[in-house]
Design a protein around this ligand. Structure first.
Ligand code: NAD
Ligand code: WQD
Length: 338
């Protein structure tokens, strides 16, 4: 069964391609390589022991995607392609809305035309904004504080409206990821951010490997276990398996829009993650506590029960595995895929 994976050369997409192959699907990747390298797919092919069909294509290029659709009989589309940096989204809102919202609409229009109705969308826990409480269930209010988050919520709303329109029997899964970290246990594929990382794990990894001098811990005066921010870190392989579970679920379900949190349900503070990383790597991660980062919240972790009940999926890797796999990837590829 052919599955179109947009953004499949990227961090989460590349791990999902491996899990799709393991589950017997035929992933076909389309990516413009703006935030990834084709080397990731070469290594994915090596790990899978088979070639992965790849098209270099921009999600906003409907003609190019129409051509890709004409070459395959897709059973579903898993849509990872998009821009994901919160700070950058405030500087380039039009670029974010163009890629994340208009790009997704163009893909959905094409799917309607070609009568491909199964769609899995990469949403984010960012749609909960600063939540009223934790753990956060899917029914919690949504609110966003930056163009990136707004773009994810807009696509969610477009998908819900689409599923209410009887003409096209779309089956859609909106997957709200918490904080994906870690890497494939082989150490061959992992997260390869451009420039100085924004996110905690790549930053810690680059300090441990000697590329960056010290970690800055953004605030230790939050109402949390040790004052530092608490997040729901999830191993990228568990997240990848969550997509396969969501795909298998959609293939059996009625046309509708289904929303799931993909998290572990457990929160760890910044200092707890630093400590776990130091233990796994045997490297010191020196840090300074600096003021809070604008827009950050104290704590964010999932109520992960709905995915467990409906998708028969739950995250399995503990934090120790997440950080040791992250370290294996970083230490064996200090310059990422270069
Ligand atoms: P990533 O940047 O590694 O992967 C995204 C891929 O999309 C990249 O390979 C990039 O080259 C490609 N891409 C970007 N713009 C494109 C365009 N116009 N046309 C075609 N391809 C394009 O990011 P990721 O961490 O793997 O995230 C995948 C998805 O999950 C994104 O939609 C992101 O918003 C979402 N998400 C990520 C996180 C996270 O913390 N990593 C959390 C929640 C949601
Ligand atoms: C985690 C914790 C920081 C870096 C972001 C996006 C979100 C989603 C995932 C896509 C926080 C602290 C971080 C550093 C630090 N992406 N930190 N020093 O902010 O939870 O979520 O990525 O959808 O939309 O907002 O993740 O990894 O940046 O931060 O102290 O150098 O680590 O304050 O408490 P965040 P993060």
């Amino acid at each position: 069964m052919d599955i179109l994976v947009t953004g499949g050369a990227g961090y989460i997409g590349s791990h999902t391609v491996i899990e799709l192959v393991a589950a017997g699907f035929n992933p076909v990747v389309a990516d413009n390589l703006s935030n990834s390298k084709v080397e990731s797919l070469r290594r994915v092919a090596e790990l899978c022991g088979r070639e992965i069909t790849f098209y270099q294509a921009d999600i906003r290029d409907k003609t190019k995607f129409a051509d890709i659709f004409s070459k395959h009989d897709f059973a579903a589309v898993i849509h990872f392609a998009g821009l994901k940096a919160v700070g950058e989204s405030c500087e380039q809102p039009l670029n974010y809305y163009q890629t994340n919202v208009a790009g997704t609409m163009s893909l959905l229009e094409l799917m309607a035309e070609k009568r491909v109705h199964n769609f899995i969308f990469s949403s984010s826990a960012t749609v909960y904004g600063d939540p009223d409480g934790v753990p956060i269930p899917e029914s919690a209010e949504t609110r966003t504080t930056n163009p990136y988050g707004a773009s994810k919520l807009m696509v969610e709303n477009i998908c819900r409206d689409l599923c209410r329109a009887p003409e096209n029997p779309f089956k859609i899964s909106l997957l709200r990821y918490f904080n994906p970290i870690g890497a494939h246990p082989s150490g061959r594929i992992g997260e390869d951010p451009n420039g100085i990382p924004n996110n905690l794990l790549p930053y810690i990894s680059q300090v441990a490997v000697g590329k960056l001098p010290r970690l800055q811990v953004f605030g230790n005066d939050y109402p949390t276990v040790d004052g530092t921010g608490v997040r729901d870190y999830i191993h990228v392989l568990d997240l990848a398996k969550g997509h396969v579970a969501a795909l298998q679920y959609l293939l059996k379900k009625e046309a509708d829009c289904y929303t799931f949190n993909l998290g572990t349900g457990q929160g760890y503070s910044v200092l707890e993650v630093v400590k776990a990383f130091e233990q796994a790597s045997g490297k010191a991660v020196p840090y300074d506590v600096v003021p809070r980062r604008a827009g950050d919240i104290a704590a964010c972790y999932a109520d992960a029960n709905l995915a467990k009940q409906e998708l028969a999926w739950q995250a399995e890797h503990p934090i120790e595995r997440m950080v040791s796999d992250a370290w294996r990837w970083q230490s064996s590829n200090p310059n990422g895929y270069e």
